[in-house]
Design a protein around this ligand. Structure first.
Ligand SMILES: [Zn+2]
Length: 160
């Protein structure tokens, strides 16, 4: 059938996260593994936040992308180890910022709730004169912040 794992990864780079249409499922760290054998392609994915309803859409999009290469595709969902925001690639974080969504803080060592309320830098102007407005944004995955310099609100991905 002649499809290589590299071609599958390349095709998956074009599958966008349904919640954040500028970042691919690969950049989000959602695609964990690609295995190609004579029967077809097996993709392993770990969904992001359990509260995000995009899992089925993502699974369908991944299947469609692989079938577009002419290969049969099975998508397996693996919940352990759980997805964390640390899996978002640097490119993915930069795209989140350009999308106007502050990337999640890095959980370098410390527990989540220590870094949680450090001011999120504004994705528009980079200011750290920001205040947490609402820990529960439009989705469970996001928080609303307010930038004192832009005088406008922005959303931040919660760190997980
Ligand atoms: Zn700002």
């Amino acid at each position: 059938m002649g499809v290589t794992a590299a071609e599958v990864w390349q095709a998956l780079e074009r599958v966008m996260d349904p919640e954040i249409p500028v970042v691919s499922v690969v950049e989000m760290g959602i695609v964990r593994n690609v295995v190609v054998d004579e029967r077809g392609v097996a993709v392993t994915m770990t969904p992001t936040f359990a509260g995000c309803p995009a899992l089925d859409v993502m699974r369908r999009d991944i299947e469609a992308a692989v079938r577009g290469l002419g290969a049969a595709c099975v998508v397996q969902t693996v919940l352990s180890p759980p997805w964390t925001t640390e899996w978002i690639s640097e490119t993915g974080r930069e795209k989140l910022r350009r999308f106007g969504l502050a990337p999640p803080p890095r959980l370098s060592g410390g527990p989540a709730d220590v870094t949680f309320f450090e001011p999120a830098p504004c994705p528009r102007c980079g200011s750290t004169r920001t205040q947490l407005r609402n820990a529960f944004g439009p989705t469970l995955c996001r928080m609303i912040w307010y930038c004192d310099d832009c005088r406008d609100a922005f959303e931040q991905f919660k760190a997980l």
